[in-house]
Design a binder for this molecule. Structure first.
Ligand SMILES: NC(=O)c1ccc[n+]([C@@H]2O[C@H](COP(=O)([O-])OP(=O)(O)OC[C@H]3O[C@@H](n4cnc5c(N)ncnc54)[C@H](OP(=O)(O)O)[C@@H]3O)[C@@H](O)[C@H]2O)c1
Length: 254
């Protein structure tokens, strides 16, 4: 089996992908801007280090993203696919988000553009779209819970999924033949945001009113309409409540 390179292998999702691949017996390289064990230091935006990262690999799992400057993801995928063509055209497995073609959120538009570049790359490809990770819902909840009233988007549900479960699926896909569009990977249940917010407050033992507010604009409407949900592909098993019990429980005792 040829090595696999994981971009973003230091991130929330990528760390689990690396672990899954190693458990499956694969030799894994992690592309990171920072030095570390098993890392090939490189930068997708500048293209530095990509030749060393990709030389000789059988597959690339592309988990890196720059949420602060999303346009860098377009530069990054171009540099990555060009480097891949210089090194035997390994298969490219890309993780995207359910609804990037339906919700006109700027970050999603970039993800959709990146999907197009993957499809047109001339490399053998697989794209897996997943719903929002539990970690993201928790981060958002922590932020919203800072104010005395926890304001949440009204009429909006989320289908949070465990990043480790998505990682396991990605690792399987990375070790298999290219699949094109893989079936979407959604969390086990669709939950109103108000319930997720209340679950967070309960888990933290914090008393705070939750105020649903109807947000204006096309993006908020697309979320209300569930453009980011995939109830027909509720492949995940671990619920947000289970995740929260582990994570917040650890924080309280840790
Ligand atoms: N979060 C969600 O709810 C969710 C849901 C569905 C799909 N996704 C997708 O899953 C993927 C991973 O998300 P995540 O939340 O795990 O991301 P994350 O924790 O923010 O990690 C981002 C990773 O990207 C790497 N990176 C950023 N800029 C880079 C650059 N210029 N060159 C090389 N590496 C760079 C970082 O590595 P270093 O800092 O080590 O260089 C880091 O490992 C993304 O494509 C995201 O869109 C996320």
């Amino acid at each position: 089996m040829r090595p696999v390179v994981v971009t973003g292998g230091t991130g929330t999702l990528g760390r689990s992908v690396v672990r899954e691949l190693r458990e499956a017996g694969a030799e894994v390289r992690v592309l990171s801007r920072r030095a570390g064990d098993g890392h090939v230091v490189g930068d997708l935006t500048t293209g530095a280090g990509l030749d060393d990262a990709i030389r000789g690999v059988g597959a690339i799992v592309h988990c890196a993203t720059d949420t602060r400057v999303p346009r860098n993801d377009v530069t990054g995928i171009r540099n990555l696919t060009e480097a891949a063509h210089r090194h035997g055209a390994p298969r490219l497995v890309y993780v995207s988000i359910v609804g990037v073609d339906r919700v006109p959120f700027p970050y999603y538009r970039v993800k959709h553009e990146v999907e197009g570049i993957v499809v047109e790359s001339g490399l053998p490809w697989t794209i897996l779209r997943a719903t929002q990770f539990h970690d993201l819902v928790l981060t958002l909840s922590r932020f919203l819970a800072r104010s005395p009233v926890m304001v949440v988007p009204a009429g909006t549900s989320v289908q949070p999924v465990d990043a480790a479960e998505v990682a396991a699926r990605l690792a399987q896909l990375a070790l298999a033949a290219p699949a094109g569009w893989a079936p979407e990977f959604g969390g086990p249940e669709v939950v109103p945001f108000t319930d997720l917010a209340r679950a967070y407050l309960r888990a933290r033992g914090v008393r705070r009113p939750v105020l649903p507010v109807r947000l204006p604009g096309r993006v908020a409407r697309a979320y209300r309409e569930g453009g980011h949900l995939t109830p027909g592909h509720a492949a995940g098993r671990r619920t947000y409540a289970e995740f929260l019990a582990d994570r917040v429980g650890t924080e309280r005792t840790g």
